[in-house]
Design a protein around this ligand. Structure first.
Ligand SMILES: Nc1ncnc2c1ncn2[C@@H]1O[C@H](COP(=O)(O)OP(=O)(O)O)[C@@H](O)[C@H]1O
Ligand SMILES: O=C(O)[C@@H](O)C(=O)COP(=O)(O)O
Length: 429
């Protein structure tokens, strides 16, 4: 990135799949966007861009650490001229009562001296809508959705005003759909009323993309907002409409094919990923890791690598640790939730490293934490955004990596259709 570049929008994402989801949305809305892994070193050569999405792996770490890392990212983004910073969280509000959405929001709000912060995880394109402060996943409230069984942060309350209030030091209010439907000025007036009552954050309803456009306009009056790709879409459209970004983000990604062996790794245990693995079994060899053996030591990852190397040059392969909610609960009761999750993430990183050493240059990873462990191990500093595989999942081209040109797809556990793995590989040439 040249020193002359001034960012129209700065973004901090709390995981890597979420970051690529947002980078995809901003690119499709016309912003030239780059995804970086962590706060970029000053010597990282990046193209001329409108938006940078700094990817952190801060969703499930200790809250204080998440705050420190998010603040460092904010400082970097503000230093590049970003007037507005979006803290990108999961569209299913993945978090625990300890955070990290509330603590990070509180810190960014304090840094920016905003009186009130707009918050919404709505992302209608993927079925996430918010009504009366309640988050729906498709047709069901969050607490009845598969997110109730998430291995790291099971979600048991769909009322986001309550959820955020448990995590935040500030009081939390609501801007409801009726107010939103009266337009940007009605939202501004409601925020003023809430702020006058010393309410520092407002969950805002959103059901359709047009709601997000209104939210984007109002959010730009502020320095910070919190939400998923939907609010990113609203902000991008508002920036383009205000002439603060050109709508010309024909992908900056070079079209040259990469070729070579391809592999898929799945560490997500979401219902969508379990179904995608079942579909993949019909078209490629699939190895199911034994999670107990993974927790016991390194041998299981080595076995998987040997299995993959025997097949890689005949076509793509898939290696999965994913299990059903009952099996996940049983493993966690034997080994502890964090220990089990961490051991499996590190095994996935070991396997990814071995695959790349064996020549793999096209890699699909399912799962946010899993993607974080893999990308960190591969020491990839950033990505350019390419074609969209499914809503929220683009093809990514690694920039500045030691391994040279490489394509990845980082899939949020919940995203993608049943044939996702084949769909991804078809676009990763
Ligand atoms: N069989 C399993 N049992 C328990 N935990 C698992 C299993 N397979 C994967 N995990 C862990 O579950 C978590 C899944 O989270 P993540 O990769 O973020 O997926 P998602 O995108 O669905 O949230 C990771 O920490 C992963 O290591
Ligand atoms: O907003 C979303 O749903 C995604 O972008 C996201 O954050 C995904 O997180 P994981 O499901 O943990 O991959």
């Amino acid at each position: 990135m040249t020193s002359a570049t001034k960012l129209s929008l700065g973004c901090i994402a709390d995981d890597y799949t979420g970051a690529s989801d947002l980078a995809n949305t901003l690119t499709r809305a016309g912003l030239r966007t780059v995804q970086t892994i962590g706060v970029p070193p000053d010597d990282l050569a990046l193209p001329e861009v409108d938006a940078v999405v700094v990817s952190l792996k801060s969703r499930s770490i200790e809250a204080g650490l998440a705050v420190t890392r998010s603040r460092a990212a904010e400082k970097w983004l503000r230093g590049r001229g970003a007037q507005h910073v979006l803290f990108k969280i999961c569209s299913t509000f993945d978090s625990t009562d300890a955070g990290n959405i509330g603590p990070v929001m509180d810190a960014l709000r304090a840094d920016s001296a905003d009186s009130i912060v707009l918050v919404t995880p709505a992302f209608p394109e993927t079925g996430r809508t918010v009504y009366q402060g309640n988050l729906f996943v498709g047709a069901v409230p969050l607490n009845e959705s598969p997110l109730k069984d998430h291995p790291l942060n099971p979600m048991h309350d769909s009322n986001l005003v309550r959820v955020l209030a448990r995590q935040s030091k500030t009081r939390v209010g609501l801007v409801d759909l009726a107010t939103l439907s009266r337009g940007a000025d009605a939202v501004r007036a409601r925020l003023k009323d809430l702020a006058a009552k010393e309410i520092g954050a407002a969950i805002i309803d959103a059901v359709f993309d047009r709601d997000l456009e209104t939210i984007g306009q109002v959010a730009l009056d502020h320095r910070v907002s919190v939400g998923a790709s939907g609010i990113g879409l609203g902000l991008a459209r508002a920036l383009v409409a205000a002439g603060k970004a050109k709508s010309n983000a024909a992908s900056a990604m070079p079209e040259t094919a990469i070729g070579g062996p391809a592999a898929c790794l799945a560490g997500s245990c979401s219902q969508a990923t379990l179904q995608q693995i079942a579909s993949a079994e019909k078209v490629m060899p699939v190895l199911h890791l034994d999670p107990d053996r993974v927790v016991a030591g390194k041998d299981e990852a080595q076995r998987a690598l040997g299995w993959a190397k025997d097949r890689l040059f005949d076509g793509p392969v898939l290696i999965a640790s994913s299990s059903t909610p009952d099996q996940v609960a049983a493993l966690q009761s034997r080994h502890g939730r964090d220990a089990a999750g961490h051991a499996i993430e590190q095994a996935m990183a070991d396997i990814a490293e071995g695959l790349v050493q064996s020549g793999v240059r096209r890699l699909v990873v399912a799962g946010g934490e899993t993607s974080g462990a893999v990308v960190d191990r591969l020491r990839i500093p950033g990505f350019l955004v390419g074609a969209e595989i499914a809503a929220g999942v683009p093809v990514l081209r690694a920039v500045g990596a030691n391994n040279g040109a490489m394509l990845l797809a980082l899939k949020s556990g919940n995203f993608g259709g049943p044939q996702f793995f084949s769909d991804a590989l078809a676009l990763m040439r």
